[in-house]
Design a protein around this ligand. Structure first.
Ligand code: NAD
Ligand code: 2HG
Length: 532
């Protein structure tokens, strides 16, 4: 059945065309994002949800979205999506990080001019037939200092445009390197210095616990008298009540505000103050940007739903459309390795080490580790997947390590998973053969070559004569056909294992019969998802 995508915010029709082109059934309901109850009632019908900022993807919505695999945000900020809730449910959240950067930067520059010359108020006054030439005395921006807080995609475009307009730019961004600052032609400064020097301040950070309220009364007190503040990033960055006070006192001479603490902002203390220019979150609203983000989000979501490629996901490592087909069998391998250990482990897992040997070391190891963790956790938590597994492992305090090394054996490459619990250390290695199917090649350090079947039986036993006969006889007695039988041992007479690939599940009630024999130490029926 074709995947189904719901578009619940106003996206360019290009998105709909792209989904259809990829054979995806698409339901375009641009106003649904505002109707929480209706959205909640129908969300379980969809594999994908494409949104802008009006749709709030809350934990409640996510819990109701029983089929949802991907949320695509046509834009940058994903603060309207509960990412931890989506991750716990294994739903990928993607955004389109660059599609509207230039447009938003241009809006910030437009705000700087609008505030410097009070253009909106002068416009309204002139339309009203008043010729208030003396009322609107502006300031030049040439030679003024612009303080850019957050110098990422948008902040750096703003900085470059401002330099072109002959402003001097100082930037505060803890992740801005000195080299990048020099390339951009900005002066990297600490926040207090920016506050002390800037004539205009423009915000371009995400809204995080660190940035929330970054412009508050204390910050404003450190600024120059007559400073002008622009916010085209996120509402919560500015404490609106503090800004209102500062505007009223004249400490702040003007503000350009595109984003608000509560949106849609139909009432706000900033409204109707002199020299406050407000726009209704229009930063990304140009034909070009909306075309870019709609196209990008629809391509990304289609690639994921159809090919398993992951681009610009917030909560999962990227897998390009080109690498997806080559990676897929190794993802399956990593999953079955995890599933093997997960099924034989009953104690809490403390440490997981994943070794990537030879060709596997050059692959997308983050994705492979996520798959191994998903396989490992699934016997305990059935709906875990590659998105939620790393989070669950972290929440459970599992210490994770990764080793990449050159080819060390006969195989071009293999993956070895070692899992430590309070009781013991278990390890298993596997590779993918030319038929694209996973093989177990080592268990507990014992070499073997076992195809992976849906139903298997794993035993540890003494290396004594008659094991094949014993297991064969018991399986035959209970009508279980053996498709493949692999034995291995560390040395003659030492530790031995057997792995049987069965046509049907090994009956649980026969386990006691097996364990009661003198030769079998432990026996565990295993199940693997071998679907492609
Ligand atoms: N108004 C709109 O319509 C609109 C459109 C697009 C983006 N946005 C918003 O603009 C903001 C910037 O987007 P972007 O694409 O440039 O993001 P980005 O991730 O490219 O850049 C953000 C920058 O902020 C920096 N940063 C993080 N924490 C910081 C802190 N405590 N102090 C200073 N800098 C910090 C980061 O290092 C990064 O360089 C986001 O909040 C985004 O949601 C708004
Ligand atoms: O979709 C929009 O109009 C706003 C987008 C913007 O806030 C973003 O974060 O990309």
């Amino acid at each position: 059945m074709a995947p189904r995508v719901l578009v619940s915010d106003k996206l360019s029709p290009t998105a709909v065309d792209i989904f259809k082109h990829h054979g995806i059934e698409v339901d375009y309901q641009p106003d649904l994002g505002k109707d929480k109850e209706k959205l909640l009632a129908i969300i379980d019908q969809y594999d994908g949800l494409a949104i802008r900022s009006a749709t709030k993807v809350t934990e409640k919505l996510i819990n109701a979205a029983t089929n949802l695999k991907v949320v695509g945000r046509a834009g940058i900020g994903v603060d309207n999506v509960d990412i931890p809730a989506a991750s716990r449910r294994g739903i990928i959240v993607m955004n389109t990080p660059f599609g509207n950067s230039i447009t938003t930067a241009e809006h910030a520059i437009a705000m700087i001019f609008a505030v410097a010359r009070q253009i909106p108020e002068a416009n309204a006054s002139t339309h009203n037939g008043k010729w208030e030439k003396n009322r609107f005395m502006g300031v030049e921006i040439t030679g003024k200092t612009l303080g850019v807080i957050g110098c990422g995609n948008i902040g750096s475009v703003v900085a470059m445009r401002a330099i072109g307009l002959k402003m001097h730019v100082v930037a505060f961004d803890p992740f801005l390197s000195q080299q990048r600052a020099e390339e951009l032609g900005v002066e990297k400064v600490e926040l207090d210095e920016l506050f002390a020097r800037a004539d205009f301040i423009t915000l371009h950070t995400p809204l995080t616990d660190k940035t929330r309220g970054i412009i508050n009364a204390a910050a404003i007190a450190k600024m120059k008298d007559g400073v002008r503040i622009i916010n085209c990033a996120r509402g919560g960055l500015v404490v609106e009540a503090d800004l209102v006070e500062a505007l009223k006192s004249g400490k702040v001479a003007g503000a350009g505000i595109d984003v608000f603490e509560n949106e849609p902002a139909t009432e706000n203390p900033l409204f109707n103050l002199p020299n406050v220019v407000c726009t209704p979150h229009l930063g990304a609203s140009t034909t070009e940007a909306q075309e870019n983000v709609a196209l990008q989000v629809a391509e990304q979501m289609s690639d994921y739903l159809i090919k398993g490629a992951v681009t610009n996901a917030i909560n999962m490592p990227s897998i390009s459309a080109e690498e997806a087909p080559r990676l897929k069998p190794f993802i399956k391998l990593a999953e079955v390795l995890g599933a093997f250990v997960g099924q034989v482990t009953e104690e809490a897992i403390r440490e997981v080490e994943v070794v990537f040997d030879g060709s596997t070391a050059a692959m997308n190891t983050r994705a492979l580790i996520s798959a191994a963790l998903a396989g490992l956790i699934r016997p305990q938590v059935s709906d875990v997947n590659m998105v939620s597994a790393p989070i669950m492992a972290k929440e459970r305090g599992v210490i994770l390590s990764e080793v990449k090394r050159d080819k060390s054996g006969v195989f071009d490459g293999y993956i070895k998973l070692t899992v430590k619990t309070s009781a013991k250390t278990r390890s298993i290695a596997g590779t993918v053969f030319s038929d694209g199917k996973p093989r177990f090649i080592q268990i507990k350090g014992i070499n073997l070559d076992a195809e992976v079947g849906e139903h298997m039986l794993y035993t540890t036993n003494y290396d004594t004569p008659g094991i094949i006969g014993l297991l064969g006889t018991i399986c035959a007695k209970h009508g279980v056909n053996i498709a493949n039988f692999q034995l291995g041992r560390n040395r003659p007479g030492g530790d031995a294992i057997a792995l049987l690939y069965l046509d049907a599940p090994f009956p649980e009630n026969v386990l006691q019969e097996l364990k009661a024999t003198d030769s079998i130490i432990s026996a565990k029926p295993l199940h693997f998802d071998v679907s492609a």
